[in-house]
Write a protein that binds this ligand. Structure first.
Ligand code: GLN
Length: 253
């Protein structure tokens, strides 16, 4: 299962956020610690999005290659500072294509989004929900994958102005009804707040030095990581986060 990470806080280089931590995304690409649900390494591409200073819209790079072999990204990451980033490394679900456009983060306007997991019985299980989307959204999907369809579903509600926490909670609940047993760790940011779900997959959060990192796996051995309990939503801002159960009112959204 893929791994993802979001950071909000004082400006750091993408290399400091993603590549240099002893168990950061770079190491997790070839030696992840917790691949519950399948896969051994995350070699099927990666992506990183960040908010350049003064810009409400993120920049993003994606690749179908393993993170560990991309020297161009390493050079870019060392030279790029940001106070808000969301990145992912991919282990493609069997049957889904290994292409650049299937790598998270997906983006639209000010949003960056990632899905870590799998939708059971895809594509049939998502057909009903997808059929309610505008046809043009389906015609312009990033890739024929479960994650890209989840992003289209989330994006449609964000565009309608729905509350991001309700959107993620409602998406998890609805998809789990249609596709029971799915793993639905969703990660969303607008550069100011992070929203993340733990739904049958690992997620941890750490507040440190006026920053907050939300990640599939702790990037350091520091004791200040909190494991997010299953079926919970994290809402995080720099240096602060709250946890909400996803089985309560939010899950009805
Ligand atoms: N199912 C998604 C894909 O193949 C995500 C994979 C994962 O989390 N390992 O893109």
């Amino acid at each position: 299962m893929c791994r993802h990470l979001a950071y909000l806080g004082p400006p750091r280089t993408l290399a400091e956020i993603l590549l240099e931590p002893e168990h950061g995304l770079l190491r997790q690409s070839y030696a992840p610690a917790d691949m519950r649900g399948g896969g051994t390494i995350n070699a099927d591409g990666f992506g990183a999005g960040w908010y350049p200073a003064g810009s409400a819209a993120p920049a993003r790079v994606r690749s179908a290659r393993p993170l560990w072999g991309d020297t161009s990204f390493a050079a870019l990451a060392g030279a790029t500072s940001t106070g808000a980033a969301l990145a992912a490394i991919r282990s493609a679900t069997v049957g889904m294509p290994v292409v650049e456009t299937a790598a998270a983060p997906f983006t639209d306007g000010r949003w960056l989004f990632s899905h870590n997991g799998v939708v059971r019985d895809w594509p049939g299980s998502l057909a009903g929900a997808a059929a309610r989307l505008p046809v043009t959204d389906l015609m312009t999907l990033d890739a024929p994958t479960d994650s890209a369809v989840l992003w289209a579903l989330v994006r449609a509600r964000l565009r309608a102005g729905d509350d991001p926490a309700d959107v993620l909670a409602g998406t998890c609940a609805a998809v789990d009804r249609d596709a029971p047993g799915s793993r639905l760790n969703l990660l969303l940011t607008d550069g100011a707040t992070i929203w993340a779900t733990a739904w049958r997959h690992a997620l941890a959060v750490r507040g440190h030095d006026g920053a907050t990192t939300v990640a599939s796996e702790p990037t350091h051995e520091f004791p200040d990581w909190t494991q997010v309990p299953d079926r919970h939503l994290v809402v995080a801002r720099p240096g602060h986060h709250d946890l909400y159960p996803l089985t309560g009112p939010r899950a009805r959204g």
